[in-house]
Design a protein. Structure first.
Length: 247
């Protein structure tokens, strides 16, 4: 997709997989029925707020992230309006850096709390590649997507592993093999009560190389009370507003 949002959308890219023939085993049928309920539950969500812990390893993607996300709507491959408060530990780093970023649907902004600098512009690229990457790592776009779990429903195979408790919520744990070549797999945990996701672990394999990305969600609030002020930038006292794009 080529547009003025191309850089930002590339950072928030969600893999699109081509489904192969469904596994027709009885277990796959049960998993499919659960995933259909999950898909319907996610489609009913208009806005969401959650805490997340995200981790990555392998393939040069080692990182740790903690954050709180609030977002609503969908525009391309990003939430239309969002606010994220993040604490990030980069590969090989001992210190944690804090960022706040968001969009009110018109302007995008990011605040670097270590540097006490804020960046704002109508162009999403103002947020910089650093924030865009870490933001994508904790984002679960399925909550506002128009086809949230179609790839999982039509995946090559689906296996119910059992149950797992995430943040006090009892969940179905389902292994998904998206393609026959095994290039992309995921393990999802869906609440038995509301059928919404609480965790996903993605595994990517290219030749001998394997990498994983993990997101664990707690304190999920569906359709929280929000207004236009929720997504406006609030410049902390003593911070500088920089007339440039973030690095």
């Amino acid at each position: 997709m080529k547009s003025k949002h191309a850089v930002w959308m590339a950072m928030l890219w969600v893999p699109v997989v081509l489904a192969g023939a469904d596994d027709k085993s009885p277990d796959s049928d049960k998993a499919t029925k659960i995933l259909e309920k999950v898909d319907a539950a996610a489609k009913a969500v208009h806005a969401v707020k959650y805490d997340v812990v995200a981790k990555g390893s392998g393939g040069g993607q080692t990182f740790e992230l903690k954050g709180t996300y609030t977002f609503s709507g969908l525009e391309g491959f990003q939430p239309k309006k969002f606010l994220a408060e993040l604490e990030v530990t980069a590969p090989g780093a001992s210190e944690t850096k804090k960022y706040t970023g968001g969009s009110d649907g018109e302007n995008y902004f990011v605040i670097d709390h270590a540097e006490k600098k804020a960046y704002v512009d109508i162009d999403p690229a103002v947020m910089g590649t650093r924030f865009a990457r870490v933001f994508a790592a904790g984002l679960m776009l399925e909550f506002v997507h128009d086809r949230p779990f179609s790839d999982e429903i039509t995946a090559e195979s689906k296996i119910i592993k059992g149950t797992k408790t995430i943040g006090g919520v009892e969940c179905f744990e389902i292994d998904i093999n998206y393609r026959a070549d095994g290039g992309q797999k995921a393990t999802w945990c869906f609440s038995k009560k509301d059928f919404l996701p609480r965790k996903r672990v993605d595994t990517f394999r290219r030749g001998e190389n394997e990498s994983t990305q993990e997101k664990t969600i707690t304190n999920l609030v569906v359709d929280p009370k929000i207004d236009d002020a929720t997504f406006k930038m609030k410049l902390p006292e003593g911070y500088a507003l920089v007339d440039d794009f973030a690095p």
